[in-house]
Design a protein. Structure first.
Length: 134
């Protein structure tokens, strides 16, 4: 998904966070889970652990337990999505506006005075997050 302007990219990020919030809230209500401040950061850690477990299996450093490479690749995508969701939930809970934070944090990878781009700058430019040169 490529965004040509920063406002659309920002809106898409907020919309995605809102969708994760709806799903997380419904899941928590259904299962009697209290989503307090600690829960959000602990869930990120849990999801990172699950992603790491799949990675270890996928790279032949752990037992696959009957899972095929295709299964593990699918699991890797699913766990990556879980982690992204919980990052967005954590940011939302803590009032963190990720779009400007990403822009600040990755600024050195955006276009320089000569118009050159680093590796990350190209991705940010394509996502509409790169500052204009000049």
């Amino acid at each position: 998904m490529v965004f040509q302007d920063q406002e659309k990219a920002h809106e898409a990020l907020i919309e995605l966070a809102d969708r994760f919030e709806e799903a997380s809230k419904a899941y928590a209500e259904t299962n009697g889970i209290a989503r307090n401040d600690d829960w959000f950061i602990l869930k990120m850690q849990e999801e990172l652990g699950e992603l790491t477990q799949v990675w270890i299996k996928l790279t032949d450093r752990g037992r696959a337990r009957g899972r095929t490479q295709a299964d593990l690749s699918s699991d890797l995508a699913d766990e990556t999505a879980d982690l992204l969701g919980h990052i967005l939930l954590f940011a939302r809970r803590n009032g963190i506006d990720l779009a400007p934070a990403i822009k600040r944090k990755w600024r050195r990878w955006t276009p320089d005075q000569s118009g050159g781009y680093g590796h990350m700058g190209l991705a940010l430019r394509d996502a509409g997050c790169a500052r204009s040169s000049g």
